[in-house]
Design a protein around this ligand. Sequence first.
Ligand code: ZN
Length: 442
Amino acid sequence: MGIIRMKVKKLKRIFTLCFIMVPLTFLYGCNNSKENTSVSVSDTNNKTVLTEQISPVPIIYTKEETPKDTSSNVSNSNTSWNQKNHHKEFTLLAVGDNLMHLQVIESGLKEDGTFNYDHLYSRLKPEIEAADIAVINQETILGGKEFPYTGYPVFNSPTQVGDALVQAGFDVVLHASNHTLDKGYQGVLNTLEYWSKHPQITVLGINKNQGDQDTIKILEINGIKVAMLNYTYGLNGFTMPKNKPFLVNMLDKSKMKEDIRRAKEQADFVIVFPHWGTEYEYEPDKKQKELAYFFAEEGVDLVIGTHPHVLEPVEWVVSNSGHRMLIYYSLGNYVSYQKEAPRMLGGMAHITITKENEVTYISEAGITPIVTHYESTKDYSYEVYKLEDYTIDKAIRHGILNLQKESNFTLAGTRKLAKQILGDWKNLFHYPIRQDVKYSLE
Ligand SMILES: [Zn+2]
């Protein structure tokens, strides 16, 4: 059955959550403008702010053709549309691994025995809330109190982590990770049960049945349909129950090829969130590059990767057929209790997606480096900062310095690493995306 949900969302915009079952797609008339999503992009490099304007193929109206200004007839929910240019857009924000080690779990334990994790997101909440779609990779399963809460290597996290994600303003939660089966089938079931109480959240990567897995998850924002797909490379040696092969989405090329094909039929813009790569490497590995090429060839518009626990580069990939795709290879950790300096640096991706005369394209893109901060206090004093807001005063109190005597965690070192991985230091802390990097296999 197809489900269409209308919800009043942040910034007073109305989103349609449109879960479309395959056999019924024709009923909803989802716009098929996929052939138009590949557009030429000019190489404007003159903007030195957070994001960089990227011009699509210019569309020139004659005076007669210019659409009439119908703003007086437009409801408040559509005020972000530029009616004059048939221009619609939405913003997407994404962060990396929400990696709930035992110390992160303990950081939310209150004196009365309850848990609250709002402190992990409070510093970035204004931006998370402001984005039309905010995405986070929930690395660990929300198995809840049915199991003991555990950290590495077999994680189980309180459902109150989910409460904090909702509170922070996240809209999409990625659940396909190598830790998804850490508490087996029941852990996934508990997670799905928890999220069923928050129907405004789009959960990707885990499925309650085959029909759920076969449903392409599509959000419609301001008249733009965006399909989102989430897969993991593996499950840390755990195997899926034989009679439940649909439970977790795996990076399987034939399955992904089919999903992407259907996503392109049903949506204007296709995003893949792969859980992949080599841990602690600052560069994409061979498999990531091969899959990047595959995604570009299949016509994916945007790829946002997670898992390596460190940042990896951002670049444009161009397929043989000329399709242009933006890829964030890894956003690093959002939060963790890891003990190595480079794993404190993560990234917050910002992308603006525009639809103009049936052409949907990335009009702005950027990445803001972020820092996981914890201290050696009883409650670990966890906070996640933008690197630009992080100070030497904070850096010298970072708990990592007490955990590893030889730790080289410093503010300067973290800035240097961000620059090393992300490239052009066009602005002190924000990184516009380079557009001149053409993909090549080796
Ligand atoms: Zn992982």
